[in-house]
Design a protein around this ligand. Structure first.
Ligand code: HEM
Length: 434
């Protein structure tokens, strides 16, 4: 899919933009419209400014992701604005070892144990939206935050919920704007972020200490218990910061995906009927739903992630002078990888803008490299197995137990700010008549 390599690499072409503000204002006014125009005019790789390059070629996207840690660095958290490349590399090395330790606690079989609680938490959160209209993204955030906090901290999760909520709110200004200010500037939003993140981190470190102090007397069936057992030598603050990354990765992004699922279901009553039949058929003898037996719900979740990848833009930073395909990059250059446009590119997908879950039916093939809602390479999403189970179960449960009444599903639009989701979607979730 990449073009032939030239003799010596050069900078990608791109729009010149305004002498002072560059292309930022035009981009902010219509992000996808701007990127589509640049794509048409300059091809799969184009410069946004002197330090930022957009890549829309699937192979080069996978190459940049695969080279993370080898030529490219990534920020551990979206709100970490330090541009010290050596520090970023050191931080990445310590994260990779924590990542290896925590991975078995998040993999497919560990995720399978969460099905029953996922459904119970969803039912409880949606009970509040049975007789009044709610903001769907806020409601789904409440659900995912509770689910991931319980998964990580079990019986201790109540203490984490408040500080996590405050940190999420304080993080939003960083993920929702293209304008970056150095972290040392004493802006109110920086102070608020450091204050709330510090409180969350102190709360989690306190729980880790208590758990260690309680030793084997009180075994815990949660990710914290798993991590302490898996690597007894891991320092308390490393355990806490690992769980911090999982908490942050494990609620905002899946909540955006769930909001897009609600958006589709609200506009597709026939699909909801089929999902309800599948759910009712898979439950027998009073057993509860299991994600493994819901192929249609899983296909709906996969198609939603294709059309509306919540992490629609991923960033890598060149750690050294390097090249990507035929293009040269300087140390510190940002490479922006766009899952949304790749997953809607007519070169790889037929009827790319159409919502069609049958693409994911048994026996059909999808263009794998052109579908990367969970990223790829050494920093691929840690929670993808857990997330797929959660999205599948929620899709099925929504159809089986609830009716979705949305007053504005046909008028809201996708918002390409922070996590991709239909902004302002509202709905009521009364119980469906059985
Ligand atoms: C719809 C659900 C989800 C989607 C679409 C998603 C997507 C992604 C993507 C694209 C990345 C890679 C970002 C990059 O390379 O820059 C990522 C990373 C990550 N995700 Fe997810 N994610 C989801 C759910 C979850 C859940 C449920 C968890 C926690 C259990 C989680 C934890 C993480 C973590 C910790 C990382 C950072 C991995 C690293 O840097 O090594 N994600 N996710």
């Amino acid at each position: 899919m990449a073009r032939a390599r030239r003799e010596s690499p050069s900078r990608p072409p791109g729009p010149r933009g305004h002498w002072l503000t560059g292309n930022t204002r035009e981009y902010e006014a219509d992000r996808i419209g701007f990127l589509r125009r640049c794509h048409r005019e300059y091809g799969d790789v184009f410069s946004f400014d002197e330090q930022t390059v957009f890549v829309l070629d699937p192979d080069l996207t996978h190459e940049a992701l695969a080279r993370t840690g080898h030529g490219f660095v990534t920020e551990l958290a979206p709100f970490d604005m330090r541009r010290d490349l050596d520090q970023a590399a050191a931080q990445a090395a310590s994260w990779m070892s924590a990542r290896r330790a925590v991975w078995p606690g998040l993999n497919r079989s560990a995720a399978a144990g969460t099905d029953r609680r996922t459904v119970e938490i969803l039912d409880a959160v949606l009970a509040a939206g049975a007789d009044r209209e709610v903001d769907v993204l806020t409601t789904m955030r409440a659900f995912t935050a509770r689910a991931i906090t319980e998964y990580c901290f079990g019986a201790d999760s109540a203490a984490v919920a408040g500080p996590l909520h405050e940190t999420t709110l304080a993080t939003q200004p960083f993920t929702e704007s293209s304008y970056e200010f150095p972290a040392w500037l004493p802006l109110p939003r920086h102070r608020r972020f450091f204050r709330t993140a510090g409180r969350l981190s102190d709360t989690m470190t306190g729980i880790v200490r208590q758990r260690r102090a309680s030793g084997a007397r009180a075994p815990h069936d949660d990710l914290l218990g798993f991590l302490i057992d898996a690597d007894p030598a891991m320092p308390d603050d490393t355990v806490a910061s690992t769980l911090h990354s999982i908490l942050m990765g494990g609620h905002g992004v899946p909540a955006a995906a769930l909001t897009s699922i609600v958006w589709e279901l609200a506009r597709r009553p026939r699909l909801v009927d089929s999902l309800r039949d599948e759910a009712n058929g898979s439950v027998s003898d009073g057993a509860s739903l299991s994600a493994a037996q819901l192929p249609l719900a899983e296909a709906v979740a996969r198609e939603t992630l294709r059309l509306y990848p919540p992490a629609w833009l991923m960033t890598r930073t060149a750690g050294t002078a390097t090249s990507l395909g035929e293009w040269s990059l300087d140390p510190g250059d940002d490479v922006l990888l766009n899952a949304y446009l790749i997953q809607r590119d007519p070169r790889w997908w037929q009827r790319p803008d159409e919502f069609d879950p049958t693409r994911w039916s048994d026996g059909r093939t999808v263009p794998g490299p052109a579908c990367l809602p969970f990223g790829a390479g050494p920093r691929v999403c840690l929670g993808s197995a857990l997330a797929m189970r959660q999205l599948t179960l929620v899709t099925s449960r929504l159809a089986q137990r609830f009716t979705i009444w949305s007053p504005n599903a046909s008028s809201v639009a996708l918002e390409f700010v922070g996590r991709l989701a239909p902004a302002g979607l509202r709905a009521r979730f009364p119980l469906a008549r059985q």
